[in-house]
Design a binder for this molecule. Structure first.
Ligand code: F6P
Length: 333
């Protein structure tokens, strides 16, 4: 039997929280957790502002109607934070005592790898089973093909980049467009390929800046400078402004415009795909707690629910495959 099973105690009261950067679909996921919990006769509690709500006892009882009319909304009704105090033993002890006050004996954590690191430490210290669900626009978590929010974010980026191409084309201009992704280039990779960007710069791949400059010089000679460079904020230059600065330094006559898409990518109504995976994952998180699973991360791989121990989920990062790197090299060099 895998070691993430625990059979001794029955879960009766569960808490759900969203932590780290919000992502579209988090509300759909909360809704699924609450309604599946109620279906099983559990009491369900919403923990406000991520781990901060646990530390500060900001915990509310949730009923089926508490999650009515939220499936289509971006953000998270539970709010979110990156809580430093939870990463201290004192903070976690406070959090545990507060959960005990409510009788909460199972947790669902929707967030990114930082949130799972917190859950993993907490569940090793205290006897409260934790289930992690991937909620991040970055898609940088191993053990799942998709994370809640990625599809919406990347489509937001595609829509914006298409619009930028219209004006770039009208003026024969070079645009550097920065998308989110501090450590991961997935949004840049997918939005760049989908919009036919001429160059895509991601942290996972060395930027061949000399090659880009040679291409631009050639285009400049032909007065055909429509060129979209999609840059992940975490690329080796440190984002769009830096890339533009380097290009201007080498080609002073170049007219460059920089567009930073920023937090627009985090908001908005979730796509159908994000609502579906969020609902599916939320449902399975509660089923897992009811079945007695502990310290598990739940993802979707090849359209099947995938369970991996939280310990493993935090050790690995989702890597961009060689196949995608090759495609980028050929289509956007
Ligand atoms: O982790 C999601 C993410 O949107 C990253 O892509 C980005 O670097 C970061 O969060 C931004 O965080 P904040 O909202 O705290 O500035």
């Amino acid at each position: 039997m895998p070691y993430f099973w625990r059979m001794e105690k029955k879960v009766t009261k569960i808490g759900v929280l969203t932590s780290g950067g919000d992502s579209p679909g988090m509300n759909a996921c909360i809704r699924a957790v609450v309604r599946t919990g109620i279906h099983h006769g559990l009491e369900v509690y919403g923990i406000m502002r991520g781990y901060s709500g646990m530390v500060e006892n900001d915990i509310i009882r949730m009923e089926s109607r508490s999650v009515a009319n939220i499936i289509q909304r971006g953000g998270t009704i539970l709010k979110t934070s990156r809580c430093k105090e939870f990463f201290t033993p004192e903070g976690r002890k406070k959090a545990y005592d507060n959960l005990k006050k409510h009788g909460i004996n199972g947790l669902v954590i929707i967030g990114g790898d930082g949130s799972f690191r917190g859950a993993q430490i907490f569940s090793n210290e205290f006897d409260i089973p934790c289930i992690g669900l991937p909620g991040t626009i970055d898609k940088d978590i191993a053990g799942t093909d998709f994370t809640i929010g990625f599809d919406t974010a990347v489509n937001t980026a595609v829509e914006a980049i298409d619009k930028i191409r219209d004006t770039a084309d009208a003026h024969d201009r070079l645009f550097v467009i920065e998308v989110m992704g501090r450590d991961a280039g997935y949004i840049a990779l997918h939005s760049g390929i989908a919009t036919g960007a001429e160059n895509i710069l991601i942290p996972e791949r060395k930027t061949e800046i000399e090659k880009i400059i040679t291409q631009l010089e050639e285009k400049e000679r032909r007065h055909k400078l429509v060129n979209l460079i999609v840059v992940a904020e975490g690329d080796e230059f440190g984002g769009g402004n830096e890339v533009a600065r380097v290009l201007k330094q080498r080609m002073p006559l170049l007219e460059v415009r920089v567009c930073i898409l920023g937090h627009i990518q985090r908001g908005g109504s979730p796509s159908c795909f994000d609502r579906l995976i969020a609902s599916r994952m939320g449902y399975h998180a509660v089923e897992s707690l009811v079945e007695g699973k502990n310290n598990v991360f739940i993802g979707i791989v090849n359209n099947k629910i995938n369970y991996i121990p939280l310990d493993e989920a935090i050790k690995k990062k989702q890597r961009i495959s060689e196949e995608w790197l090759k495609i980028v090299k050929i289509l956007a060099t």
